[in-house]
Design a protein around this ligand. Structure first.
Ligand code: F0G
Length: 532
């Protein structure tokens, strides 16, 4: 038996998920793929083409199995490229990093180097960034503490010589009274400062990110992912984030004010001892997707991006830009963030970096933040390997070819696709709510059906399954594959490759008009697969 679709076979690989998929008709096995097409087999073993708008959740800028990429992959294998050569020189990784720097510098209009740490998946790149940011935060905190201890020693020395005077209000600020014994009061003041500082330093690091964010599902990154269902069962395992609503600068500033930390620093000038506040680095990093993917295709505004940048600069909190889904040219520029004037201390890239065939990811750290000792405490068996680096180089070459033709195509094809979605929106104003996104990263928001006269639609809506049922219908009736964004369940997302044709856009438009008509007629039963 060649096919894994034998229904008598015992399912051991996530059997529950398969059951869930089968309720809406999404449990299909694909046997081949090319361009924007996945193939499944019918009962007679004939291939049936399915038009793929899911695009590996944004991993397929060049489509499935692009011939230039598969040819390069075959060539690498034929040449016997040493995929496993850990702890040796990796000039191909350096070439990827150099090329990324060239592109990022062009888009940022800047020339500060970004150092590259490689990984194998998006969440891993995010966690590498988080670890690096924590190493850096720890080092900055330690330097501040050292400085404060040096000041405390100087104060003590002056006090011992009997010449120190405590500035008015300094004791009171720590809740201490003035005992009129100068040397004793200096000791009490320093002890109070030490207590306050120890308390501040015992606080765990905090992350800032946005409501609707998705940065991965590993132990650390899932705490930076807003969806409570994914996050809260694991809250005890890793540092926490504060989630700020999009486009609400006052909420951002309030959150920062509430959580901000200060250390007290005893200073002495002309024999007078005073206490000053120093910003303590409580915030480890601010993580931001320029366009939220899994959270519903929400575009960060230029104004809010500026706000984030300013607030982070004020508290010296590094900005980690998650370009894993929206980057790699999908929205018409290599970095989606460069188009809104947002500059990162860190960038995370994955998905399309692997050209749809390799599993690779990278995080970039700008020189001013970079801690080279990170390289000695972080590693991965698979990361930075020759195969995926050479594929990444090929991908970058294809993006940059002909003066960035790929970026222009992404923008143009994106406009054509958005035009079709907008036209369906116009035709079905009661069924659809909004088209969102940019370039080849678009979302179509369906109206909730919680008050539908159809019990089926009401139930699907209440269970958060409406989007999946719509996706199941499009697959069954129109051979089109798309999914809702898992954390905004009524939004279907469209992330096709650059190869998208007008005919493929037309097919989607026809299919969407059909499913919208089903919803307008409140024909819930038609949406579900007939009882199997
Ligand atoms: N960051 C973003 C913006 C993502 O979209 C994803 C994954 C990740 C990080 C994690 O990457 O899966 O390679 O570890 N997004 C998928 C989605 C799962 O549904 O959009 P990963």
């Amino acid at each position: 038996m060649n096919s894994a679709s034998d229904s008598t076979e015992l399912e051991l690989a996530e059997p529950h998920l398969r059951e869930v998929l089968s309720t809406v008709g999404l449990d299909v096995e694909y046997v081949r793929s090319e361009g924007n097409t996945l193939y499944r087999l019918d009962a007679d073993g004939r291939e049936i083409a399915v038009l793929d708008y899911a695009g590996g959740y944004g991993s397929l800028m060049f489509g499935h199995n692009h011939p230039a990429l598969t040819a390069r992959a075959k060539q690498l294998l034929d040449e016997g490229t040493p995929t496993h050569a850990q702890f040796s020189r990796h000039p191909y990784a350096n070439r990827v990093a150099t090329e990324l720097n060239r592109i990022v510098h062009r888009e940022l209009g800047d020339d500060e180097p970004y150092f590259a740490i490689f990984a194998n998946s998006g969440a891993e790149a995010i966690e590498a960034a988080v670890k690096h940011a924590e190493l850096d935060r720890g080092a900055r905190a330690a330097a501040l503490v050292d400085e404060i201890e040096t000041h405390a020693a100087a104060v003590r020395e002056t006090a011992a010589s009997g010449t120190a005077v405590i500035a008015g209000g300094a004791l009171a600020r720590l809740g201490l009274d003035d005992s009129a014994d100068g040397a004793h009061d200096v000791e009490r003041l320093l002890a109070g400062i030490a207590r306050h500082n120890a308390e501040q330093r015992s606080r765990p690091p905090l992350f800032l990110t946005l409501e609707g964010s998705f940065h991965g599902k590993l132990v650390g990154s899932v705490q930076l992912t807003h969806n409570a269902g994914y996050r809260t069962p694991f809250s005890s395992l890793a540092a926490q984030a504060r989630f700020v609503p999009l486009d609400r600068p006052e909420e951002l500033r309030k959150t920062v004010e509430n959580e901000r930390g200060t250390l007290l620093d005893p200073v002495i000038a002309d024999g007078v001892v005073d206490v000053v506040e120093r910003e303590y680095p409580v915030f480890c990093a601010f993580l931001v997707e320029p366009i939220q993917g899994e959270g519903g295709i929400n575009v960060l505004s230029e104004a809010f991006a500026r706000e984030i940048q300013e607030v982070c600069a004020a508290i010296d909190c590094p900005v980690v830009i998650d370009e894993i889904q929206c980057g790699m040219g999908r929205t018409g520029t290599f970095l989606a963030s460069s188009a809104i004037g947002l500059k990162g201390d860190y960038y995370a890239l994955a998905k399309s970096l692997g050209g749809g065939i390799a599993k690779s990811a990278v995080m970039l750290v700008r020189e001013a933040r970079y801690r080279r000792e990170f390289e000695l405490v972080h590693s991965s068996t698979f990361a930075k390997d020759s195969f995926s680096c050479h594929i990444a180089l090929q991908v970058l070459g294809m993006l940059e070819a002909e003066d960035g033709r790929a970026y222009r195509i992404a923008a143009e094809r994106g406009r054509a696709l958005a035009g079709a979605l907008t036209s369906v929106l116009g035709a079905f104003p009661t069924v659809l709510r909004e088209v969102r996104g940019k370039g080849l990263m678009l979302g179509l928001d369906f109206a909730d059906q919680a008050d539908s006269p159809s019990p089926v639609l009401r139930e699907l809506s209440a269970a958060g399954f409406l989007g999946y049922a719509i996706a199941g219908y499009l697959l069954r009736e129109h051979r089109i594959r798309t999914f809702p964004t898992a954390s905004a369940v009524n939004t279907l997302r469209f992330e096709p490759s650059l190869l998208l044709t007008d005919e493929e856009i037309g097919r989607l438009e026809t299919a969407l008009r059909d499913v919208c008509a089903v919803l307008r007629e409140q024909d819930g039963n038609r949406l579900l697969p007939s009882a199997a």
